[in-house]
Design a protein around this ligand. Structure first.
Ligand SMILES: [Zn+2]
Length: 80
Protein backbone atom coordinates (compact mmCIF):
# COMPACT_ATOMS: atom_id res chain seq x y z
CA UNK A 1 0.00 0.00 0.00
CA UNK A 2 3.05 2.29 -0.05
CA UNK A 3 2.23 5.47 -1.88
CA UNK A 4 4.96 6.13 -4.36
CA UNK A 5 5.84 9.61 -5.38
CA UNK A 6 4.39 10.70 -8.69
CA UNK A 7 1.66 8.10 -8.74
CA UNK A 8 -1.96 8.38 -7.85
CA UNK A 9 -4.61 5.78 -7.19
CA UNK A 10 -7.31 5.95 -9.83
CA UNK A 11 -10.60 4.88 -8.33
CA UNK A 12 -12.04 4.17 -11.77
CA UNK A 13 -9.62 1.42 -12.79
CA UNK A 14 -8.29 0.73 -9.29
CA UNK A 15 -4.65 1.11 -10.23
CA UNK A 16 -1.81 3.36 -9.24
CA UNK A 17 -0.99 5.45 -12.29
CA UNK A 18 1.77 7.91 -13.01
CA UNK A 19 0.69 11.35 -11.80
CA UNK A 20 3.16 14.06 -12.63
CA UNK A 21 2.70 17.72 -11.94
CA UNK A 22 3.44 19.74 -15.05
CA UNK A 23 4.13 22.94 -13.16
CA UNK A 24 1.15 24.50 -14.93
CA UNK A 25 -2.35 25.36 -13.90
CA UNK A 26 -5.52 25.44 -15.94
CA UNK A 27 -7.91 28.36 -16.28
CA UNK A 28 -9.59 27.36 -13.01
CA UNK A 29 -6.28 27.53 -11.18
CA UNK A 30 -6.11 23.77 -10.68
CA UNK A 31 -2.78 22.05 -11.04
CA UNK A 32 -2.39 20.10 -14.26
CA UNK A 33 -1.13 16.54 -13.91
CA UNK A 34 -0.12 14.16 -16.66
CA UNK A 35 0.86 10.53 -16.91
CA UNK A 36 4.18 9.25 -18.23
CA UNK A 37 2.98 9.86 -21.80
CA UNK A 38 2.04 13.46 -21.13
CA UNK A 39 -1.70 12.79 -21.16
CA UNK A 40 -3.72 14.86 -18.77
CA UNK A 41 -5.49 13.56 -15.73
CA UNK A 42 -9.11 14.61 -15.38
CA UNK A 43 -9.48 15.27 -11.65
CA UNK A 44 -9.22 11.85 -9.99
CA UNK A 45 -9.54 9.99 -13.27
CA UNK A 46 -6.41 8.72 -14.99
CA UNK A 47 -5.92 9.50 -18.69
CA UNK A 48 -6.83 5.92 -19.68
CA UNK A 49 -10.15 6.06 -17.87
CA UNK A 50 -10.81 9.56 -19.15
CA UNK A 51 -10.34 8.41 -22.72
CA UNK A 52 -12.37 5.26 -22.16
CA UNK A 53 -15.27 7.42 -21.02
CA UNK A 54 -14.91 9.77 -23.97
CA UNK A 55 -15.12 6.80 -26.31
CA UNK A 56 -18.25 5.57 -24.60
CA UNK A 57 -19.95 8.95 -24.95
CA UNK A 58 -18.96 9.09 -28.58
CA UNK A 59 -20.47 5.68 -29.30
CA UNK A 60 -23.63 6.52 -27.43
CA UNK A 61 -24.09 9.67 -29.48
CA UNK A 62 -23.41 7.80 -32.66
CA UNK A 63 -25.89 5.09 -31.77
CA UNK A 64 -28.54 7.63 -30.78
CA UNK A 65 -28.51 8.96 -34.30
CA UNK A 66 -29.54 5.62 -35.75
CA UNK A 67 -31.98 2.89 -34.89
CA UNK A 68 -31.88 2.55 -31.10
CA UNK A 69 -35.05 0.59 -30.46
CA UNK A 70 -33.33 -2.64 -29.47
CA UNK A 71 -30.78 -1.17 -27.05
CA UNK A 72 -32.81 1.71 -25.79
CA UNK A 73 -34.31 0.20 -22.66
CA UNK A 74 -30.95 -1.15 -21.54
CA UNK A 75 -29.19 2.15 -22.14
CA UNK A 76 -31.81 4.17 -20.31
CA UNK A 77 -31.42 1.95 -17.27
CA UNK A 78 -27.64 2.23 -17.26
CA UNK A 79 -27.64 6.01 -17.41
CA UNK A 80 -28.12 7.10 -13.84
ZN1 LIG B 1 -7.93 4.82 -14.30
Amino acid sequence: MGEKENTRFCKYCGEDKPHIYTGKRNAMGAKIYVDENGKRWDAAKCPSCHHAQMRKVYHRRKRAGGNVSKNRAHNDMSIQ
